[in-house]
Design a protein around this ligand. Sequence first.
Ligand SMILES: [Zn+2]
Length: 410
Amino acid sequence: MPTSQIDMTPDTVPAGLRPEALMRHMRMLCEEIGPRPSAAPQERQAADAVEALLLRMGIYDIQRQIFKSPNSIGWMTLPCFMAGLLGVGLAFVGGLWGRIVGGLLLLGSSAVTYHLLFAAPPFFQRWIARWPSQNVIARVPARGRAAQTLYLVGHLDSQKQRFQFPPPLTWMMRAQTSLPVVVGVAGGAVLFGAALFEAPVPPFWLGLLGVAYLYAVLGAVVDELQLHVEGANDNASAISVLLGVAETLQQQPLERSEVVLLFTGCEEVGCVGMEHYLQAAAPPVDGTLWIDLEMVGTGELCVVTRHGISYLSSYRPDPALVEVVARVAQRQPWLRLKGKAMVILEEVATLRRHGYRAVCLAGTDARGRLPNWHRLADRLEAIEADTLSRAACATWELLRELDRRGDLTP
Ligand SMILES: [Zn+2]
C-alpha cells in the first residue's frame, strides 16, 4: 500500500509536525518578534520570517501582496457608535429635522454594524485603509496533475486586549454584539414614528438610547487604549502549523492537489487581507477548498460547525468539508477532534460571503470558549505543544483525505 493510503499514528508523525519543530516556529514569532499589530512593522517582520523559512525549506513559489488597511477595528466601530450617539443628541435638541436626521443616523449605524458582524468592509473603508499590510502566498505543487487546490489559511497579525470583544462574562458576548444593531433599528423606528406623527420622543426612550451608545463608545475607547497581545494562540499557533505542514509537503507532496499556504495580514481588523486576496487573485470557486486555522495551540480541538459573534449573524462552514473532517476524526480518534458551534468570527466569514467552500479548525476551553481570546494572557507559556502538534497532524490528515477523495462536488 502506498504511504499516502496509510493513516498516521502518534508514532509515525512526520518531523515537521512534531511538538519540538512547531514550538521552534512559535518561539520565533512570540519571542523574537512579539505582538504583531495589524499593519505594523512587526506584522511585516512576521511575513519576512515566514518567507525566509519557506525558502529555506525549498519552497520558491512565493508571492507577496501589498494592500492598505485600517490598523485597528476601532476605525470601524467607533464611527458607528458615535453616529448613534450623535443621532440621539440631534433628536433631543432638534425638533422635526432632528428626529429625521437622528433616525437616519441610527439606522445607518445599525446597518454598518450588522455588516461588520460578517467581516464585510464598511462603505467608508477607503478612507480608513491608510496603512500598508501584506499577504504571503506560497504554492506547493502536486506530484501529478493537480485536480484541485487546497488552501491553508493563518493570519499573521495579533489583536489588542479587548474587553468588549469578548466581554469578561461569556453570556454577554452575543447579546452585546447584537445590541448596536437592535438599538439602531428600534431607536430609528421610534424617531421616525415621532417625526411622522409630529409627537415628542419620550425622554425615557432617548435616555435609554443615549446610555446604550455611550456605553458602546466608552467601551470602544477603553479597548483602543489597551496593549497588543502576544498572540501566541491567536494566531502564531496557526502560522506554526502552516509552516510545519509546508515542511511535510515538501517531503511528501500530495498526489493530485496543489496546496496554497496563505498567510494573511490584517485579519484582526475585519479580515482585510483575505478580502484583498479574493479581489486581487480571484481564485475560482470550483476546484478550491479552504481550511482556516484559528487558535489551535491549546484546549480541545474542534471543527467549527456554526460561527458568529451575535444572535443575528451566524454563518456555517461548507457541510461536505465538515463531513470530511468528521471522517478523519472517526478514523483517527487519537487526534481528539470534535465538531462544535462556537462564538467566533474569522476568515471563513469572508470566504463564505464570496461563495467559497471553507471550514475552520479551532481550539476551545472546557466551557466552549476560545482560550485567552484577545487577552494579554495569550502568551507562549499558555501553549500546549502536544495540542499544537495534534492540530498540525489533523490538518495534514485532512489534506491527505481531501487529496484521496479528489472531488467534493456535492
Ligand atoms: Zn485570530
